[in-house]
Design a protein around this ligand. Structure first.
Ligand code: SF4
Ligand code: SF4
Length: 415
């Protein structure tokens, strides 16, 4: 695609990056076939190709309007278009740059600004999010059903963390909302890795990966979350941890980008690149230890279950299959552990969670959720599993089946 970027942007690092991405797009439109918003709305401007065209217009200095902002807001950043694109267009990076510029030109209505600020302020801070969640859970029975569904029921969690007894050590990202919503995920990860001869370490000073803030277009603020994590993790990296394990694939895609996003920060560039290199989705870590896992599963250490394990449907989050381009690993591990996986039609499509999308675009999000739940339930599974806390809570709000992180059922199988 030919481009002629406007003076104000063309010499900036973002302008140069956006221009090189725009030039890889040949406008073939293959990506429209797998775009969830285009499938729902049928409007070219709600497809990847249409949004690329809108962003080109903005970057070339043409008028930026609320309509441009609306079509970019409706994008889930699911990156299914990247998986489909034969030319390797890095749509995710382009839309991050494009949205940021559009938000600088188009102010939002007050109500939208308040909601976005509240999300930015509360979600990345467990000290605020946790008490608010507990209040919400205590009044949950009194809430209207639409709101009730958005607040997960309180439940018992196994948060027992094994002693750090192995020479092999890995760090884990604690994250922001996950410790409040599902503390059992990282604890189960620690127990499973312990059985595989790896001790999992949590660095207390680390927290939100920065994704919530970044995708709400406060990118400079998000870089501070990233720097804080790097500072918290660095002593452990120097002590020789083998990996930074991420149990929420949405966070995993963000940490993989630390190196790129902090490349122009002389103090953090090298460290950020090293952290991105060390960051691994949990499925990659356990898949690399599959032989050992099968040994443990086959040994007397893992008693045979008295009844067959339930048939499960796996929802592969967009961040896992499109963002990190990891496919088949979770499925392979669950099959090794004796689970039967049911077929999930259109498994490439987003569930509608997409970070804060379910709150900011409720109508589209609910339509995607219904389609996803129908697809997941179509093979009559006994349970649903996934790999990202956002998808987990969102899908749980639309089904009566139990939804778990896959590591929890693997942990149960090993216990
Ligand atoms: S993003 Fe890729 S698939 Fe979509 S129009 Fe451009 S080149 Fe074609
Ligand atoms: S990221 Fe997802 S919603 Fe956005 S344009 Fe690509 S496929 Fe469509």
């Amino acid at each position: 695609m030919k481009t002629n970027l406007a003076e104000y942007i063309k010499s900036t690092p973002e302008g140069k990056e956006a221009e090189s991405i725009l030039r890889t797009c040949v406008h073939c439109g293959f990506c429209t076939a797998t775009c969830p918003t285009y499938q729902l709305l049928g409007d070219e401007l709600d497809s990847p190709r249409g949004r690329i065209y809108l962003m080109k217009e903005v970057l070339e200095g043409n008028a930026v309007t609320a309509k441009t902002q609306m079509h970019l807001d409706r994008c889930l950043t699911c990156r299914a278009c990247e998986t489909t694109c034969p030319s390797g267009v890095q749509y995710g990076r382009l839309v991050d740059i494009g949205r940021n510029i559009v938000d600088q030109h188009v102010s939002r209505p007050l109500s939208q600004s308040i909601v976005r600020t509240a999300l930015r302020f509360v979600l990345p801070r467990p000290a605020l999010f946790n008490p608010l969640l507990r209040i919400g859970q205590s009044v949950r029975p009194l809430l209207p059903s639409a709101l009730k569904k958005k607040i997960p029921k309180p439940g018992k969690s196994n948060t027992i963390w094994p002693a750090l007894r192995h020479a092999r050590k890995m760090l884990v990202l604690d994250g922001c909302v996950q410790p409040s919503l599902a503390p059992q995920i990282n604890a189960a990860t620690a127990r499973v890795l312990d059985r595989l001869g790896i001790s999992l370490v949590a660095a207390e000073a680390a927290g939100c990966c920065g994704a919530v803030t970044f995708h709400l277009n406060r990118q400079a603020e998000a870089l501070d979350f990233m720097r804080r994590n790097i500072d918290a993790w660095w002593p452990h990296v120097q002590a020789g941890v083998e990996a930074v394990v991420i149990t929420a694939s949405g966070c995993g895609t963000m940490v993989k980008e630390y190196g790129h996003l902090l490349a122009r920060d002389p103090q953090y560039a090298g460290k950020a690149a090293r952290i991105s290199e060390l960051s691994k989705d949990l499925s990659e870590v356990i898949f690399a230890e599959k032989e050992k896992l099968e040994e443990v599963l086959g040994s007397s250490l893992a008693p045979r279950p008295s009844s067959p394990p339930p048939r499960v449907a796996f929802h592969s989050p967009c961040s896992l299959q499109h963002g990190l381009q990891i496919r088949g690993m979770v499925e392979g591990l669950l099959i090794s552990a004796g689970f039967e996986l049911t077929m999930v039609p259109d498994s490439h499509l987003c569930c509608g969670s997409a970070g804060t999308y379910s709150i900011l675009q409720p109508e589209l999000s609910q339509r995607l959720l219904k389609n996803k739940v129908d697809a997941l339930e179509s093979g009559n599974p006994g349970m649903l599993v996934t790999a990202n806390i956002g998808c987990l809570t969102h899908i749980q709000s639309g089904t009566s089946l139990q939804v778990k992180h896959w590591v929890n059922i693997l942990d149960e199988r090993l216990s």
